[in-house]
Design a protein around this ligand. Structure first.
Ligand code: ADP
Ligand code: MG
Length: 338
């Protein structure tokens, strides 16, 4: 057997297997790019659960025309330049893989009108990518920012396409990830539509509490208590804030437990456990409390470079943070005579 270097398209498609599982993963990656680009408004338009179209538009800093091709090539990023930065990552992205992966398994169009030094470029430039074929960029009229169009997902990887679920199922996943990201980014406006139907419309510059209340259903929003932990000087200036649901609105699923660390949506079994512990004896063990937990901590206290999708993180001082969360919620419940 001869050893050969893989062609770039194949490398990207293999990487796509890790980060682009389904339409919701594309939405997550693109919305995170918009947030990293300092967008204050992000619009997500979905057709047929993303089978047909995923469009993410933002009003962020955009991509310079001469960097468009680089943006879709693997391991190319504007967010990480030296190994020591890996220890304290301040952006949601840093792997330089998403756009390369997405464009290797779909028909992707990037329209971007960049702003540099406060000045918007005269026009937008458009780059179309289909598999390994790139169109030369051409100009277009467009507001400052970026629009990513993703069509015909997995058209060239039939094995992956087989795993796409019904549009309604895929859309439910998209809605869930958009909700979670919006929860963590209360300053940013989000609009989500499915087949032109408005699903979510959140204004920018909400407070954290307003954002939580706008995102949870009517049945939940009246059952929320606010908690916080003020004096976290001993944790390098970390802050903890959140809303915890009354025991009687606990659910059978984890769906209404939101965890945000430094603006990032995370999954963490231990942190979920810490929240459950706070409710010990107040809700049956098969139920999960409703809660939104926001922690801001020094970037070097949390390692996000654990998994390609970056949903799982590793804490440098896990016990400390879990104790804080448990105690803050417990105290809040006690203060409310629960
Ligand atoms: P990463 O986010 O890890 O850097 P991506 O493949 O997601 O990698 O994106 C590659 C690069 O393309 C980013 O580093 C950024 O410079 C640019 N980019 C992608 N999306 C946007 C966007 N919506 N606005 C501005 N720049 C973007
Ligand atoms: Mg990215």
């Amino acid at each position: 057997m001869k050893i050969r270097k893989l062609p770039t398209l194949l490398i990207n498609q293999i990487a796509a297997g890790e980060v682009i599982e389904r339409p919701a993963s594309i939405v997550k990656e693109c919305v995170e790019n918009s947030i990293d680009a300092q967008a204050t408004q992000i619009d997500i338009a979905i057709e047929q659960g993303g089978h047909q179209l995923i469009r993410i538009s933002d009003n962020g800093l955009g991509i310079a025309e001469d960097e468009l091709e680089l943006a879709v090539s693997p391991h190319a990023t504007s967010k990480l330049h030296s190994p020591d930065q890996l220890a304290a990552i301040g952006t949601l992205g840093f792997r330089g893989e998403a756009l390369a992966s997405i464009s290797s398994v779909s028909r992707t169009k990037i329209t971007s009108r960049p702003t540099r030094d406060g000045k918007a470029a005269e026009a937008a430039a458009v780059l179309e990518v289909e598999g390994s074929r790139l169109s030369p960029p051409y100009p277009a009229a467009c507001a400052p920012g970026t629009i990513i169009d993703v069509r015909d997902l997995f058209f060239n990887t039939p094995a992956r396409r087989k795993f796409l679920r019904q549009p309604s199922t895929e859309f439910a996943q998209i809605n869930e990830i958009v909700t979670r990201i919006a929860m963590c980014n209360h300053n940013i406006g989000f609009r989500l539509t499915h087949n032109d139907r408005k699903i979510t419309d959140l204004p920018p510059n909400q407070t954290r509490a307003q954002r939580v209340i706008s995102l949870v259903g009517k049945d939940i929003k009246n059952g929320l208590l606010e908690f916080s932990h003020e004096d976290l000087a001993e944790h390098g200036g970390a802050t903890l804030w959140g809303m915890a649901g009354l025991p009687e609105i606990a659910r059978a699923t984890n769906k209404f437990l939101y965890l945000c660390i430094n603006g990032r949506v995370i999954k963490d079994r231990n942190l979920i456990h810490a929240v459950r512990e706070a409710y010990r004896g107040l809700i049956p063990p098969e139920k999960t409390p409703v809660a939104a937990v926001f922690i801001e901590m020094p970037a070097e206290d949390v390692d996000v470079n654990v998994h390609p999708s970056k949903a799982e993180v590793r804490f440098r001082k896990p016990k400390q943070y879990f104790g804080l969360v448990r105690n803050a919620i417990r105290q809040c419940l006690l203060d409310n005579d629960l």
